[in-house]
Design a protein around this ligand. Structure first.
Ligand code: SF4
Ligand code: SF4
Length: 214
């Protein structure tokens, strides 16, 4: 029978061993500065300092504990990193100098990459649309970016803002066309190569055994 664990960091308070990802902590720890993850003493200073923690589904302290526990799916599906305002208060006050903000960025990147970023949450939609635009055109067209953001999150607001958008466009303040670089194929070759390298690095990271630093 599968072994069952009880963790205070688990959303339901319990989890089967088979549902955890033992390589997740090593994967996050391999980002620059990420290895400090294992020094966390769960003091909670980060959560106390974080101005957004009351709005988060998991506080920063809990996210660190969940990463170390292998709760990959819960961390990557969480809203926490999308609410993070990158204010660095947590990292500055952490007694173990853990780069919590960088860890938040790492989980965001992984969530986008694995297609599990919240589908209609404005921050994650904006990040995804920006990324898609730069990836396909080499540029981000602000007027289109704003339109896509509203259409994917709150189309009724898009209708209300249409008048203002048209005024800004008529005054030349925003463009509505798609801007693009000339040699898109070269950019896509570079991005495909980087994707391949990242895939190989990600597989290698999962093979590194986790070492707890406590
Ligand atoms: S402040 Fe640092 S050591 Fe304390 S819980 Fe947060 S990450 Fe861990
Ligand atoms: S950097 Fe993010 S997680 Fe850290 S205190 Fe600021 S908002 Fe909270």
């Amino acid at each position: 029978m599968a072994k069952k664990y009880y963790f205070d960091c688990c959303p339901e308070g319990e989890q089967y061993e088979a549902e955890l990802d033992p390589g997740f902590a090593a994967e996050i720890a391999s980002i620059p500065g990420g290895e400090t993850l294992f020094n966390c003493i769960q003091c909670g200073t980060c959560s106390g300092m974080c101005p957004l923690s009351p709005e988060m589904d998991f506080t920063p302290r809990r996210i660190i504990a969940m990463i170390r526990g292998g709760f990959r799916s819960e961390v990557l599906n969480s809203y926490t990193s999308w609410l993070c305002a990158s204010c660095y208060s947590c990292a500055v006050e952490c007694p173990k100098k853990i780069k919590i903000t960088d860890i938040m960025y790492a989980t965001k990147r992984l969530a986008i990459r694995e297609g599990v970023a919240p589908k209609r949450f404005p921050v994650s939609v904006l990040a995804r649309e920006f990324f898609n635009s730069v990836e396909s055109k080499g540029r981000s067209s602000e007027g289109r970016l704003i339109m896509r953001l509203y259409l994917k999150t709150n189309p009724f607001s898009a209708l209300k803002l249409a008048g203002m958008g048209l005024r800004l466009w008529s005054q030349g303040r925003i463009g509505l066309g798609a801007e693009s670089i000339e040699k898109k194929s070269e950019l896509q070759t570079i991005l495909r190569t980087l994707d391949k390298v990242e895939d190989e690095e990600s597989k290698a990271r999962k093979r590194i055994p986790v070492k707890e630093g406590l």
